[in-house]
Design a protein around this ligand. Structure first.
Ligand code: ZN
Length: 84
C-alpha cells in the first residue's frame, strides 16, 4: 500500500465514523489503526532514516496516546526489512 492509499483509507474512515474526531486526534480503535497505518506508510516513504525519526519524534510528542501502536508498526516493518 502506498502512503496515498493509506491516507485515503484513513480519511474515508474518519469522515464516516461518528466516534472519530480528527481535529483533536480522537479516534476509535479502528480509526487509530488506520491512522497509524497511514503514518507508518508515510514514514517509510520519506527519503532518509533521519526524516523518519523526526516524524516519529513529532508523533510521540503530539499524539502520545497513539504512539505505542505506531511504534510497534514501524518496528515490525523494520524487522521485515531486516535492515537498520
Ligand atoms: Zn472511528
Amino acid at each position: 500500500m502506498s502512503w496515498q492509499e493509506a491516507h485515503e483509507a484513513y480519511q474515508n474512515h474518519v469522515m464516516g465514523c461518528p466516534n472519530c474526531y480528527a481535529p483533536k486526534n480522537l479516534y476509535c480503535v479502528q480509526g487509530a489503526g488506520v491512522r497509524n497505518e497511514y503514518i507508518t506508510e508515510w514514514a517509510f516513504s520519506l527519503p532518509t532514516r533521519d526524516e523518519r525519526r523526526r516524524l516519529m519524534i513529532v508523533e510521540k510528542q503530539r499524539n502520545p496516546h497513539l504512539y505505542p501502536q505506531l511504534d510497534a508498526l514501524v518496528r515490525a516493518r523494520l524487522e521485515i526489512q531486516g535492515s537498520e
